[in-house]
Design a protein around this ligand. Structure first.
Ligand code: URA
Ligand code: CA
Length: 438
């Protein structure tokens, strides 16, 4: 380390050079300790934004951030632990249905989840709409729960990748969030610190996603798979559609209800299909299924015979929640005001502004403006149409679940405007665009 200077490393990256692992470690360690100044790290991030990073550099950055904090030790859990991560979407109910399903098929799941961020919801908030459900526990209870029940979900208590937290805050105010290698390293550092043996990544693409274009989404997926491989974890990524909301429901309790419907084999077809696709990858990586066809068969069986639904009840009961809510979802929080927003004219729904519906749901009270805000678990939107649906004038597009008539009135026009109705059937986008990994 002797003689290394941050300014030389900034210049090297600015001029298109490749940094050695020791040089990246010097920057990350120095930034974490405060010996590399914020302005130097910001300048380096901007150089990375323009010059990019090789996979070796991106992996070195990821590992330096992993080593800046704690790692969750899951070694006491028997079997191959597979984690799942989504880059974030609107109405992305996947985890709530996927975890019990995969656990019911015999793959252990130890899931660390997050809270609502920006226009996207968070699994922890959704789960807390089940009365009594606790997302806080110590690591030992977490590990015991996975061994006994097959799955547990908790908020990150350990200090995972603190260098990423600090770097993300800096990027957020210096125009350097939107760099593929910096995003890939940021996500992967947290996932690797969370301790699983293998990873399934759901990289969203489209107007409700972090990555809007297919090309960028594919590059991110490929980069993260490469980091996973170089870090010694089996990693698979699917690039999936987030140009319209996933399923029908957006909102906390509404999405729990939707997940229950999937596990009763009555859920929306797109959500069901994505859950099965991600579940297939998880079962194969866990070694529970030998082939994708075998995995799919098991998942479909567990949805049909009630065992996945039963597993959700066990997970809920284990974490203090009321399992009766699963049999009777009307016990979940319900919004007092409900009204349909209708189509202003006849035609074909050719686009749904996914991000706008996410923002509207937050505005109804389902998300936070500031970290300490309390959220309303009952509110949200339930779509009555998807892209490709035929509608007549006056038919419902979406049901709004609101806390007050005023908050309903405040969003009704925006909800209607988020649905684009055209004269002919649109070309439908695939649900899954690409797959990367072993
Ligand atoms: N999500 C993350 O965790 N990190 C990023 O850099 C962007 C999105
Ligand atoms: Ca949904």
């Amino acid at each position: 380390m002797t003689g290394m200077r941050a300014q030389d490393l900034i210049e090297k990256k600015r001029d298109g050079g490749e940094l050695a692992e020791s040089e990246i470690r010097f920057l990350v360690d120095g930034f974490t300790k405060g010996t590399v100044a914020d302005y130097q790290m910001a300048a380096w991030c901007m150089a990375v934004y323009f010059q990019g990073m090789t996979d070796a550099e991106t992996t070195a950055l990821t590992m330096a951030m992993v080593e800046s904090g704690d790692r969750v030790d899951l070694s006491a859990i028997a079997g191959v632990k597979v984690d799942k991560h989504s880059t974030g979407g609107v109405g992305d109910t996947t985890t709530l249905a996927l975890l019990p399903l995969v656990a019911a098929c015999g793959a252990p799941v130890a899931k660390l989840s997050g809270r609502a961020l920006g226009h996207t919801g968070g699994t922890l908030d959704k789960l807390e709409s089940i009365p009594g459900f606790r997302v806080e526990m110590d690591t030992q209870t977490f590990v015991e729960s996975v061994n006994r029940v097959g799955a547990a979900i908790m908020g990150a208590t350990a200090d995972l990748a603190p260098a990423d937290k600090k770097l993300y805050a800096l990027r957020d105010v210096t125009g350097t969030v939107e760099s593929l290698p910096l995003i890939a390293a940021s996500i992967m550092s947290k996932k690797l610190a969370a301790g699983a043996d293998a990873l399934v990544l759901d990289v969203k693409t489209g107007r409700g996603a972090l990555m809007k274009t297919l090309d960028q989404s594919k590059q991110l997926a490929e980069k993260m798979v490469n980091i996973g491989r170089m870090a010694g974890r089996k990693t698979v990524a699917l690039v999936t559609d987030m140009d319209q909301p996933l399923g029908w429901a957006i909102g906390n309790a509404l999405e729990v209800k939707e997940a229950i419907a999937v596990l009763k084999d009555e859920g929306p077809p797109d959500l069901r299909e994505l859950v099965i696709a991600l579940g297939t990858e998880m079962l194969v990586l866990a070694g529970v299924a030998q082939t994708p066809a075998d995995a799919r068969q098991r998942l479909v069986t567990a949805l049909g015979d009630g065992s996945a639904l039963e597993k959700l009840k066990e997970i809920v009961a284990n974490q203090g929640g009321d399992p009766a809510c699963i049999d009777d979802p009307s016990r979940l929080p319900q919004a007092p005001v409900r009204a349909a927003v209708t189509a202003p004219r006849a035609g074909w729904v050719d686009a749904i502004d996914c991000k706008e519906l996410g923002l509207i749901t937050m505005e109804l009270g389902a998300g936070r403006r500031r970290k300490e805000d309390k959220i309303d678990l009952s509110v949200g939107l339930v779509l009555k149409v998807k892209v490709g649906s035929r509608v007549e004038e006056g038919e419902p597009l979406c049901e709004v679940h609101a806390a007050t008539p005023q908050s309903l009135a405040a969003v009704a026009d925006r909800v209607q405007a988020a649905f684009s109705i055209g004269p002919r059937p649109p070309r439908l986008r695939p649900l899954i665009f690409a797959r990367y990994g072993a």
